[in-house]
Design a protein around this ligand. Structure first.
Ligand code: PFF
Length: 365
């Protein structure tokens, strides 16, 4: 049987695995939860969990994948016939998270377009759409633009479909040809753009409050940003949930990527790099999003889709050269979303490729 096609280089594997880990969870989940759950207190608990659980589960998932050389279902089945349901759980979770990812990924593409429009003063830009919207006078620009977009179901579906098609085309290109190529360019680009956005956000007057929100224990409660400090158990469960989601664990993604990992490569070292890079990017995303919110939209939402699509758009509206930074920022979010969604789709596709190989049909994607 022809050899199973995997990543062409260890760098390619790393970029794909970091790409899977770095996603929407890093950009809006981590910074907001860190601020709301006591800043450094949350960070320390998160780091302990990431090292003691995340890193170990990461090594375990990559090892199961590499040892068996199979997608999630066949990999668990190879360990024991009793375990194949666990692989199916991974496929099911990947399938459901894909819905959420494709809807929001579509929004991100729309926001790239809105900021391109603003940059060239075109009619499809955010400012023009907000001015024409029904609640132009009463709502903030971010609210008006998001409201206008949400009221057009067709448009939301079209952008969602564009994201789906992009995800499918990349996965159709194969592990080395599609996923590796896109992530090897997209991830370094994301890192570079993030650095530019951090410098821009942190040099805004008032940005320091964002840093205090994120890093100083108790600051958010003392300044009325949240009503009361969460208790230790809820911080622990928030940090734990965030850690598993952010590291793409428990859903078959790392088993699947591990199955393409070269046997000569050091597994622990790769797992450690993925955990470190994912945490670093989460912190960096916080340094870009949260200071901007505190400086330019201090009453804006701090979490969830509203942070990304309303608060941040308000921030770019008020920032000098905001359309350019808005364009860069939403491109970064599209990269983050797509590199995660392709790993989710690959969990499902790898299963069917395994089946096709079993039936002697080769690597049929
Ligand atoms: N790690 C991604 C994020 O932080 O947004 C989400 C994710 C991707 C979870 C892939 C699970 C997965 F298999």
């Amino acid at each position: 049987m022809e050899e199973r096609k995997g990543f062409g280089s260890n760098f390619g594997f790393l970029m794909a695995a970091v790409g899977s880990a770095v996603g929407l969870g890093n950009i809006w989940g981590f910074p907001n939860k860190m601020g709301a759950c006591g800043g450094f207190t949350f960070l320390i608990i998160y780091l302990i969990l990431a090292v003691c659980c995340g890193f170990i589960v990461m090594v375990g998932e990559l090892a199961i994948g590499r040892k068996t050389g199979k997608g999630a279902v066949a990999a668990y089945k190879a360990l024991s016939k009793k375990f194949s349901w666990m692989g199916w759980m991974g496929i099911l979770s990947a399938f459901f998270i894909l819905f959420f990812y494709c809807a929001l990924g579509g929004y991100c593409i729309k926001y790239v377009v809105l900021n391109v429009g603003d940059l060239f003063g075109a009619g499809f830009g955010a400012s023009a759409i907000a001015a024409a919207s029904a609640d132009a006078a009463s709502a903030s620009l971010g609210d008006a633009v998001f409201g206008a977009f949400m009221s057009s179901t067709t448009e939301a579906i079209i952008y969602g479909l564009i994201f789906v098609v992009l995800t499918m085309l990349i996965v159709l290109g194969g592990v080395g040809g599609g996923i590796e190529k896109v992530c090897s360019v997209g991830m370094p680009a994301l890192f570079g753009i993030l650095l530019i956005c951090i410098v821009r956000a942190c040099t805004l007057p008032g940005a320091v409050d964002g840093l205090k929100y994120m890093f100083i224990p108790g600051w958010a409660v003392a300044n009325g940003v949240i009503e009361e400090a969460p208790d230790f158990l809820s911080v622990l469960s928030t940090a734990g949930g965030q850690m598993f989601f952010s590291l793409s664990l428990g859903m078959g993604a790392m088993i699947t990527y591990g199955s393409y990992l070269d046997r000569k490569q050091n597994l622990e070292k790769n797992a450690l790099i993925i955990v470190i890079m994912d945490t670093l990017v989460a912190l960096m995303a916080g340094l870009c999003v949260i200071p901007g919110r505190f400086a330019l939209d201090p009453t804006g939402e701090l979490g969830g889709p509203k942070l990304l699509f309303i608060t941040m758009q308000n921030v770019f509206e008020k920032m000098p050269m905001g359309a350019l930074f808005g364009l860069l920022f939403y491109l970064l979010v599209v990269f983050a979303a797509i590199s995660s969604s392709i790993s989710l789709l690959e969990v499902i596709v790898a299963h069917f490729v395994d089946k096709a190989r079993e039936a002697g049909k080769g690597d049929k994607r």
